[in-house]
Design a binder for this molecule. Sequence first.
Ligand SMILES: Nc1nc2c(c(=O)[nH]1)N[C@H]1C(S)=C(S)[C@@H](COP(=O)(O)OP(=O)(O)OC[C@H]3O[C@@H](n4cnc5c(=O)[nH]c(N)nc54)[C@H](O)[C@@H]3O)O[C@H]1N2
Ligand SMILES: Nc1nc2c(c(=O)[nH]1)N[C@H]1C(S)=C(S)[C@@H](COP(=O)(O)OP(=O)(O)OC[C@H]3O[C@@H](n4cnc5c(=O)[nH]c(N)nc54)[C@H](O)[C@@H]3O)O[C@H]1N2
Ligand code: SF4
Ligand SMILES: [Mo]
Length: 748
Amino acid sequence: MSEWKKTGCVLCGQNCGLEALVENNRIVKVRPDKDNPRSQGYACRKGLNIAFYQHHNDRLTQPLKKVGCDFVPISWEQALSEIAEKLRSIVDEHGPRSLAFMGLGGLGGHSEAVFGLRLLRSLGSKYYYNALAGELTGLFWGYGRTIGRQYNFTILDHDRTDMLLAIGWNGWMSHQMPQARRFLDKMSKDPDKLLVVIDPRRSETAAKADIHLALRPGTDALLTRALIAIILQEGWQNQEYIDQHVSQLEQIDAWFRDFDVREACRVCELDYDQVKEVARLFATRKSSLHADLGVLMGRHSSVTTYLEIILLAICGRLFVPGGNVVPGYLMTMGAHTDDRNTKYWKTVETGFPTLLGMHPPNVMPEEINNDHPERLRAVLISSSNPIRSFADTTAYEQAFSKLDLLVTIDIAMTETAKMSDYVLPDRSLYERWDTTYFQLNYPEIYCQMRRPILEPEGETLEGSEILTRLADKLGFIPVIPESLYAAAGKSRLEYGQALYAYMQSDPKVAATMPFVVAKTLGKEMGSFNLAWMWALLQTVPRSFKENAARAGFKPGLTMGDDIFQAILDHPEGLWIGKVDPDNNFANLKTDDGRINLFIPEVEEWVKGITPKSEEEQLQSDGYYPFILMAGRHTDENANSLMRNPEWNRGRRACTLAMHLDDAERLGIRDQQIVKVTTEAGTLNIELETTADTRPGMVIIPHGFGLEFNGKIFGVGVNRLTKSTNRDRIAGTPLHRYVRCRVDSVASS
Ligand SMILES: Nc1nc2c(c(=O)[nH]1)N[C@H]1C(S)=C(S)[C@@H](COP(=O)(O)OP(=O)(O)OC[C@H]3O[C@@H](n4cnc5c(=O)[nH]c(N)nc54)[C@H](O)[C@@H]3O)O[C@H]1N2
Ligand SMILES: Nc1nc2c(c(=O)[nH]1)N[C@H]1C(S)=C(S)[C@@H](COP(=O)(O)OP(=O)(O)OC[C@H]3O[C@@H](n4cnc5c(=O)[nH]c(N)nc54)[C@H](O)[C@@H]3O)O[C@H]1N2
Ligand code: SF4
Ligand SMILES: [Mo]
């Protein structure tokens, strides 16, 4: 028996719609789904290879406990009782700051997050480490300060923009927006649209650009300061917009008035006239800006983002059609946690703030490996592989071996799982109901609640069920009245009324709502994730209801349930809302209702980014003459999600890319094994000479060095990254600027 089933790709945040042919509980064929309203038949080669994510020998099927050096299978009952007991005793003895959760929701499913965070909170801890705090928290910080809410960061109004300034974003390979290749092709070919790419090398995206500014690596802050300076010096700013929507320009104006733009361009290795032309175009067109890891993981990361917000604001490009806009959400990516507010926890040892509710993975090794009485001692992980994914593998290995308790929930026996005391098997994203809650789209709000298309194998449980059972063991779930269980078996309407009555009867119960819903409606539906989607839709704020009404849902008491039913009726995905494109300014939440341009704490930092000081700091280091781009998004990787290397057979998936001229100068050849050394470590890797990079810059992709069937494929680039090479404010890694040396193996 075989059947085509509607699903979606879980290998990047776009979650393109797919159809999978399922035969004997295996995915045997995959094609893009034309019915998906967001991806409309678009998918890349990764999406067509989801079978390699799903079916492989490293899949976990039972709870495991480490005994000596081995793992032994144990029952769920034993695993969860023992973990609960250990958590309780660690927190009782050392306080809640000794506990952290890491991960919770990857690129394909976010439902477990609410359960994990509830559990963490119930144990009294606020330490939540997430991959987003390894890339985006500097950006969240910048938006929080200037427009009032960290979650109201912007994306480009993709359909309406006529000029895109793409900075450090290789969208052709990494996507990061719906139908990226189709969009970039259109931008490139349409004579009325302009694609400007700022990237040190001729990336696949730069190759499509109308204008490519091939800046020197690490000079984005200097260049952005120069772009703002040109606009203000020439008087090209949008004064009408500034008068209406911007405040504090006078406090930052001096940063740009006497700034030597020509000198800055020279240091950035760019042509002054071309930079000036880009500034003019950006100031005068329906422009938008998308910056990605080239900036977010680059030097001066958070301050570069701040400068980009200033650039957008003075040109009047925030919250306007065709510019940068705040998308709509069913649920925001996190809570606004202003770093100046002392109620939010800083990390104990390194002092980094909570940003959008998160802490940076970069500091976890230091937070474990210290003598502070409140140091981290217990870490729970789900949907993340820090030993491979986060900076400084060696530091992570040392730190994890010092923990009193490490628990990993995953679908595969990963490098992190192997270091854990307990390994708990999750159902995969094709074996459970799940969705991603933050699909950055504009103005429509998209949702696809993916159905299980395969029967789960072994004793796996939905991650949210694992976490609910653990919360139950710890005594965090109140005794639920029989009537609520009974109502769950009747109808959603009756259940809703019973749940409301129960919540009213005891205000404390509200805090445990996800667990209560899971144990009652979740049990009835056979999926805790699905029940949570229903519950969330009953409690959405008014703003979301307005968005849903704009997408055609009838206002009224049953609106939440109607949306839920529509979600069930549309396995291919659907639009569940539409933001008001004429009122994007509603997302501006500062006290004075304007974009606040002055962030006093970084004044000296910004003023210090001068051509002279940058030139000094960028000077080539004799011992480490190359700049390593430690991580790259290609057709052959999907973070660390694809363990079975078979899907890349015949491809050179993990090499060190070096410019032909550099290789010739060093006397090394394509395919030769070379040694790469940084302050963090050394590894040997095959050289690939190419025009893909720029002289002086070398590239290793991330997501490799995974062990599969006893063999290690490619190298784990995080052996070469130091966790202390990070942004001063957000602690995010500076993986796009790692100094290194490259030697021929024979000569070293
Ligand atoms: N194929 C594939 N796609 C993916 C993923 C994957 O693993 N594989 N992962 C997804 C995830 S989680 C993410 S976060 C995204 C990331 O998506 P991107 O940010 O687009 O990924 P990168 O490959 O880092 O590309 C950034 C670009 O920045 C350039 N760059 C390097 N140094 C500098 C610099 O100093 N300044 C500037 N301006 N540019 C610089 C690089 O040359 C590169 O072209 O990709 C997503 N999509
Ligand atoms: N040096 C360097 N390092 C990087 C990067 C870089 O550019 N350079 N990029 C960084 C970026 S942008 C990101 S986003 C991070 C991502 O790093 P991580 O947070 O580690 O995320 P992933 O690699 O996507 O997947 C992590 C784990 O999720 C597991 N998993 C898959 N499906 C499920 C499931 O259904 N349930 C559960 N419980 N687990 C599941 C996988 O087996 C895998 O172990 O990596 C970062 N690491
Ligand atoms: S990897 Fe991303 S772009 Fe490619 S098919 Fe999957 S969701 Fe779509
Ligand atoms: Mo990412």
